[in-house]
Design a protein around this ligand. Structure first.
Ligand code: AMP
Ligand code: GLY
Length: 421
């Protein structure tokens, strides 16, 4: 099978690493890829948000199966163009990708499915949004409706903060994403993510994870794309997972199918858990980054069989072989991230590290230049380890981190802390 993976982050390195272990994989190309991916597979430059360009590339390279990593190509309809051209693809249609691309759309599907989530209002003008805040008070959550690269959510502890956030959003601070605003009840609890495969009809949970969004230790400081993650998430017990599937995921997927936009791909359900009850915070229509790194380390080669079963509508025949293991990933980022950071600094020590089924450094923002590995992004490396217990995985991951020589980078020393309390 000739496979094309779209994307260039640690998530796509982990997907490539897992897919390659499957003997079904004859040829693997990642577009555009990065320096770490280039060590294990071919990389190609391609405009991955152009459906036409991706279809042409797939046809020219005799690609049998396309796996879409990030949300932008999905929201741009790339999976639809591939399906129209008869190419097997893992990833939802543009219509179904609205579960990530529009918060008000997701809320409306929650209502239709009677799925537990935060109470909300949806507004296209500032006056009505402010009146809602004055009526319901703070804390509250103000969200730009559209895709805002993870930045369009303001947790307002006071009414004044909420009013200021509304002015910012309608004032264009998030571009088109903020033309409509959703205001939600603030939910307390512990967050965890559940990853579910969906083939339009059937659903299969494939694992849970928790990530650390804040840049600083103790979960402090500004939000980032994620500074580390671990799987499984102890807070997401079997009972809570069953509730989340039965009360949230399954009824919502049924509504999507009934409305003529069946969901196909991986659904990343962000849940807020309090007193044993899960409520939906949000969906993403892709694997999380860095959550994918820990999931792929635990799933290994079967990830390809599962994604193929999704694309071929055979999920009812598929099953996951769970190992009773734990994985953790620590993100190394460039000093300054998530604000301005330097590019082009050299990372040393990577060649001394083990690379096997329990230890991997997945690359995100890296480039190879005259034999050197250079940091060219904010989040740069994902040092990932698997073990029989979470402490074992963590200790090994930090041993690897300590062997990396990169003075211009930093990382959090406390990844997984909630699971160790
Ligand atoms: P989202 O982009 O919707 O995932 O929001 C980003 C983060 O904001 C989530 O991961 C939560 O930590 C937080 N958040 C979003 N909505 C709520 C809510 N209604 N109550 C509490 N926290 C929230
Ligand atoms: N790690 C969060 C995300 O991928 O959205």
């Amino acid at each position: 099978m000739n496979i094309l993976i779209l994307g260039s982050g640690g998530r796509e390195h982990a997907l490539a690493w897992a897919v390659m272990q499957n003997p079904k994989c004859d040829k693997l190309i990642i577009a555009p890829g990065n320096a770490g991916i280039a060590q294990i597979a071919d990389c190609a430059s391609l405009d991955i948000e152009s459906g036409g360009a991706v279809v042409n590339f797939a046809e020219e390279n005799a690609i049998d199966f396309v796996i879409v990593g990030p949300e932008a190509p999905l929201a741009a309809g790339v999976a639809d163009r591939l399906r129209d051209a008869g190419v097997l693809v893992f990833g939802p249609s543009e219509a179904a990708a609205k579960l990530e691309a529009s918060k008000s759309f997701t809320k409306e599907i929650c209502d239709a499915a009677n799925a537990p989530t935060a109470a909300y209002g949806h507004f296209s003008d500032a006056q009505a949004a402010k009146a809602h805040v004055r009526k319901h008070g703070a804390p509250t959550v103000v969200k730009a409706d559209g895709l805002a690269a993870g930045k369009g959510v303001i947790i307002a502890m006071t009414e004044d903060e909420a009013i200021a956030a509304i002015d910012d959003m309608f004032g264009g601070a998030f571009g088109g994403a903020g033309a409509e605003v959703v205001i939600e009840e603030f939910m307390e609890g512990e967050e965890a993510s559940l990853f579910v495969l969906v083939d339009g009809e059937d659903v299969l949970a494939i694992g849970s994870a928790q990530d650390h969004k804040r840049v600083g230790e103790g979960d402090t400081g500004p939000n980032t794309g994620g500074m580390g993650a671990y799987s499984p998430a102890p807070v997401l017990t079997t009972e809570i997972e069953a509730r989340a599937m039965g009360e949230i995921v399954k009824p919502m997927m049924r509504v999507m199918a009934d409305r003529g936009m069946p969901y196909q791909g991986v659904l990343y359900a962000g849940l807020m858990i309090k007193d044993g009850v899960p409520r939906l915070v949000e969906y993403n229509v892709r694997f999380g980054d860095p959550e994918c790194q820990v999931l792929m380390m635990r799933l290994g080669a079967q990830a390809l069989d599962l994604m193929q079963a999704v694309a071929e509508g055979r999920l009812s025949e598929a099953k996951v072989n769970w190992a009773d293991d734990h994985a953790i990933t620590v993100v190394l980022a460039a000093n300054g991230y998530p604000e301005a950071y330097e590019k082009g600094t050299e990372i040393k020590g990577l060649d001394t590290l083990p690379e096997d089924s329990s230890n991997m450094v997945f690359h995100a923002g890296t480039k190879r230049d005259s034999g050197k590995v250079l940091a060219v992004g904010g989040r740069v490396l994902n040092v990932t380890a698997r073990g029989a217990t979470l402490p074992e995985a963590r200790d090994r991951a930090y041993e690897m981190v300590d062997a990396i020589d990169w003075p211009e980078g930093f990382y959090r020393r406390d990844i997984g802390w909630r699971a160790f309390d």
